[in-house]
Design a protein around this ligand. Sequence first.
Ligand SMILES: [Fe+2]
Length: 438
Amino acid sequence: MSKLTTFKELKKIPCESSWFEPYRVAPGVTAIYEPHHFEEVISYLIEGDTSALLLDSGMGLGNIKALVEFLTDKPVTLVNSHSHFDHVGDNWRFPETHLLNLPECVAHLAAGTAQQADDANRAPEALWFDGEPWFDLKTWHTKPCKVVPIEEGHVFDLGGRKLRVIATPGHSRDSLMLADDENRLLFTGDTIYPGPIYAHIEGVEMVPVYYSTVIKLAAQFADYTLFCSHNNPVWEGSALKEIEDAFGKVLAGEVVGSSDPKTEGDTVSYQFGGFGIVLSRQAADLYGAKYRRHYHVVGAIIEHDGKILCMQRPKGKFPSTDLKWEFPGGKIEAGETGPQALMRELREEMDFEVNVREEDYFATVHHLYPEFELTMDTYLCHVANPRFTRKEHVDHCWLPPADMPSLDWAAADFPIVEQVIKSAQGDCPHVSFGGDKR
Ligand SMILES: [Fe+2]
């Protein structure tokens, strides 16, 4: 695996900012890291003898211009690696910025946006910040700015250092990289970074374009040092070959990804060492990429008088779980908590009214079936009234924990059976059996 340098291994430049952390990553190159928002965006200040270039202006939550003026006395030219909100937030503080010449993208960036990003980026948990924020994520948005379009091949001459613009469409249509050929440095933006590489944002037709970009990069820059715009800053250029290889395997159907339950299965992820590739499910289907559906479900360990309710599945579409025994439950729908989903499923499948609370959480199991992938959160529920109507299952029984292994359990449920037995024997002190009946 290509060597990755993390911020922990680098020297932080002392500064007064409570939002940014600047690190020297190469002679004349400073990574400006934003560690307090989950995007973990990185902008780069690249200095020549006479002037400097700032690649991206960050989230726009701190004042990057003030930091840049602290870091260098040289005149600074701003360039955007692409126009996504997390790289252009402080553009408005500069006289102008530069973006690849795609008229629609240039116009969009120049106009700003009334509403910032998506809800995940504006949610309180998006912030990893102990201090009192001076900004409001709810009203946060990209302000208008002046944009100068540039073409591929354009060179920024900083005096003793030249940066060449390379168009790298894929992650976005307007993605560019800057190459410092003399020092063999490549500033990659979001096209290449050590994390989930997003090939799902711009529509299915952009996937082969992204792959072509990666092939071109791997052929030209594998012996460069990469400076990436998220997560960790410095990556060996040989990572380009690894990503090219991975992309090829995904599109040839040689690796199996899993659909993401957080996007209702609309995206499919392929994991490799140190990075991933994300496709839309539509693109995966179109290009023959293989994946398993990933279901996030809840299961109820229902206890009555020291016995546990075991349910037998009907014959269905997945041979791996046909007629196997399981804990009742089902899929978590969008917006539901685990207990809400479980109470709804028990009501729908069994006319069973069970009160489930967050504190009833028992354990989570993850299992890869041949046909699909399952993550199951289980809850331990004591019931006083064990009556229900069996609507979907073919059989059921109440068993003392020690007798449960006599049934032919679904593979995902069996580790939970083992934990239930341990709990009943008192080996798991956080769970008690025969507790309050309700
Ligand atoms: Fe981006």
